[in-house]
Design a binder for this molecule. Structure first.
Ligand SMILES: [Zn+2]
Length: 96
């Protein structure tokens, strides 16, 4: 059985990840790239960044990349990204 090193509970019972999610301060912003292209940046997600990026890309049907835990999505998706992150268990109050 896998035990979580943080709380000592079996992995299935562990809520560390969920707790961590609600504590992470997340920032969503847009920035302009070359040729005036808008990208949406999601900063502050500390774990499962690639997994979350994959979900966001599928949901929003857009391209994107992950670099140094920063998710970049093509286009302006600030509102829908926020909505989606809340659905994924992040705390709305911590999303800027
Ligand atoms: Zn745990």
């Amino acid at each position: 059985m896998d035990i979580c090193p943080k709380c000592g509970l079996p992995k299935e019972a562990c809520i560390c990840k969920e707790l961590a999610k609600t504590k992470q301060k997340i920032k969503i912003k847009t920035t302009k790239r070359r040729f005036g292209k808008i990208v949406t940046m999601v900063l502050g997600i500390e774990s499962d960044t690639k997994e979350i990026a994959k979900k966001l890309k599928a949901e929003l049907a857009c391209g994107g990349t992950v670099k140094n835990n920063i998710i970049e999505l093509q286009g302006n998706h600030v509102k829908s990204v926020k909505q989606k992150l809340i659905e994924l268990g992040f705390d709305e109050e911590n999303i800027e």
